[in-house]
Ligand binder design. Structure first.
Ligand code: SF4
Length: 230
């Protein structure tokens, strides 16, 4: 298996950090939806949701896009909607986060050796970004990967392989699978921690915990962990 290279720039050698401006207009449909949300809910974050967690982390959790009443409202990935409950609880149990998840960005949660990003930074209507929007926002994910000099493992939640620059025809998604990528990276697959998946039983808490435990086991078996215990 020879997947496409996920980042166009050598990791750790990025000269300057690049993140989208709060009023990014690169995706007209998403910018219009964001503006409509601002009009309707001016107290919400309503902008490209920034990544969360230390940039020198070895684990990067990659979700697809913010939820309208979750990260789009609160400004922190996976915070404020159903998906965040399972994600943050599992990260806490595995030692990749500390604190108590209270579904608000000021709940004091800190990530340990872990960072969370969305492949598409702005909330899409009906939770569905278009392929062109995924491609447009990919420039920021590329910078994200390039800036993470210590990155070892990406945890891809469902259909974000293409957003990571990986062709689904070359890296076949399979829940629980761990793929070896060029440049020494590992890519772990998991069904998304969405309400739909958990309510239908496609993803149980134990299934997701098993994936995260495997990441921690692999981290613990190599370089000294940053506060991570197996
Ligand atoms: S999704 Fe990304 S590229 Fe598109 S408008 Fe938002 S920040 Fe800009």
């Amino acid at each position: 298996m020879t997947p496409d290279v996920p980042a166009a720039e050598p990791r750790g050698e990025l000269a300057s950090w690049e993140a989208p401006p709060h009023d990014c207009q690169l995706c007209p449909r998403l910018a219009a939806y964001r503006e409509a949300n601002r009009q309707a809910n001016p107290g919400w974050f309503n902008g490209p949701v920034p990544s969360f967690g230390p940039r020198d982390a070895r684990v990067l959790v990659v979700g697809m896009a913010p939820g309208v009443k979750g990260a789009n409202r609160t400004g922190r990935p996976f915070t404020g909607d159903h998906a965040g409950i399972l994600l943050y609880r599992t990260l806490i149990d595995a030692g990749l986060a500390r604190g108590t998840y209270l579904a608000e960005p000021d709940d004091g949660i800190t990530l340990q050796d872990c960072r969370i990003v969305n492949a598409v930074r702005c909330v899409p209507p009906a939770n569905l970004p278009e392929s062109g929007e995924v491609a447009t926002c990919n420039r920021f994910l590329v910078h994200e990967l390039a800036a993470m000099a210590e990155l070892r493992i990406m945890l891809a939640l469902a259909a974000v392989l293409r957003a990571c620059g990986l062709s689904p025809s070359r890296v076949k998604f399979s829940h629980g699978a761990v793929h070896a990528l060029p440049d020494g990276l590992l890519l772990a697959d998991s069904y998304h921690v969405s309400r739909y998946n958990t309510s239908t039983g496609r993803l149980t808490a134990e299934m997701f915990a098993a994936v995260v435990r495997e990441l921690v086991r692999r981290l613990a078996s190599e370089a000294p962990a940053l506060g991570v215990t197996p």
